[in-house]
Write a protein that binds this ligand. Structure first.
Ligand code: KG4
Ligand code: ZN
Length: 338
């Protein structure tokens, strides 16, 4: 089954064609990052306009690069939530029009379910049940993926997402948006023991996390140094920050594996590209004899292929939409309104 999949929830317009949820036939992306960089973050109005400009051409490009025609498409999938509402709407309206014109099913996909499904593309043998650490620009959670469309959230951040904090700290250190990858590169050259940053344990659910204290502590440290005329060792601060994020995530994932007995662990989302997190997760899983699934860096960030992968399983579960499909800025991965 060839699914044409559309993703436009943030600052990448993406159209992919995926066969049977596992094989990427093409994965076209038009990134707007250079534009938003001028403003230090995503400007929602610009994002929506650029999606409109890019999406039709990108769909044509997808067919062409996959060497397919419209008749070869069996369904149209789209990210319908969560994201910047104007941006998500562009994808949803395009997908509705395409499904109507092609007379094919329309499959709504939750963006975070898509991130998890990036692992199905990278690992054809991976099947639920497994645990997944989701770390993206807007979400941080530990998910028990019981089946392709049956999930349980074990824990989540109570405030900022890990990616948000990476970007904020990087920005204050003068790195261009989105700064996560640049901060990661700098961290590799630093000494993490040079700065002490907090690891918080919020709330009653031991799987829940908090990153706003870490963000504030990092920003205070930078501002204080500026005020007293001290030079910050940027690489070492980046190393200490990355270590603190990883120390917040990894022990909770270990606890989840111990308590559920599950020995398959996947990682998903833009921050899953982080080298420190990848290293610590790999070591922790090795100790437990668990198998780790980490998408290649190209499938960690937003892309259309991950939406096409999840869409196949949504379709098999009967989760098909119609012309009344709406876009949502927020919606739980379980499908409930927030
Ligand atoms: O999943 P994603 O593409 O978008 C959302 O769904 O939110 O994640 C984007 C986030 C950004 O915050 C970006 O800075 C971060 O992923 N990121 C990284 C790295 N590469 C991308 N954060 C830390 N280390 C990286 N290597
Ligand atoms: Zn994303």
């Amino acid at each position: 089954m060839n699914i044409l999949a559309v993703e436009s929830s943030c600052d990448e317009t993406a159209v992919a064609i995926v066969a049977d949820g596992r094989k990427i036939l093409t994965d076209c992306i038009a990134s707007q990052v250079d534009l938003h960089r001028l403003y230090g973050g995503v400007v929602p109005e610009i994002a929506s306009r650029k999606h409109i400009e890019a999406i039709y051409g990108l769909a044509d490009q997808a067919l062409k690069t996959a060497n397919l025609t419209r008749d070869d498409i069996d369904a149209v999938a789209v990210t319908y939530a969560p994201g910047l509402i104007g941006a998500v709407l562009v994808g949803v309206n395009f997908a509705k029009a395409a499904a109507l014109a092609l007379n094919k099913p329309l499959i709504p996909v939750h963006h975070i379910r898509g991130h998890i499904a990036a692992n199905y593309l990278a690992y054809p043998e991976l099947e639920p049940p497994f645990l997944c650490l989701v770390v993206s620009g807007g979400h941080t959670m530990i998910v028990n993926v019981k089946d392709y469309t049956d999930m349980e959230i074990l824990g989540t951040t109570l405030d900022d997402a890990a990616g948000e904090c990476f970007d904020k700290v990087a920005r204050v250190l003068g790195m261009p948006y989105p700064g996560g990858a640049a901060l990661d590169r700098a961290a590799k050259l630093g000494d993490e023991t040079k700065y002490t940053l907090p690891r918080s344990k919020p709330g009653v659910n031991p799987y829940d996390m908090s990153f706003s204290g870490l963000k504030t502590a990092s920003l205070n440290l930078i501002h204080h140094a500026e005020q007293v005329g001290e030079e910050i060792d940027v690489n070492s601060l980046c190393a200490a920050f990355s270590a603190a994020v990883s120390d917040t995530l990894v022990p909770r994932v270990v606890m989840a594996m111990e308590e559920t007995g599950c020995r398959k662990l996947a990682v998903a989302g833009g921050v899953a590209a982080n080298s420190r997190i990848r290293k610590d997760i790999t070591m922790a899983a090795q100790k437990l004899g668990a198998t780790v699934y980490m998408p290649p860096l190209s499938l960690c960030g937003d892309n259309g292929a991950m939406i096409g992968a999840q869409a196949y399983y949504e379709y098999l579960s009967g989760n098909v939409g119609d012309m009344s499909l709406n876009a949502y800025a927020t919606k739980s991965i379980l499908g409930e309104a927030l």
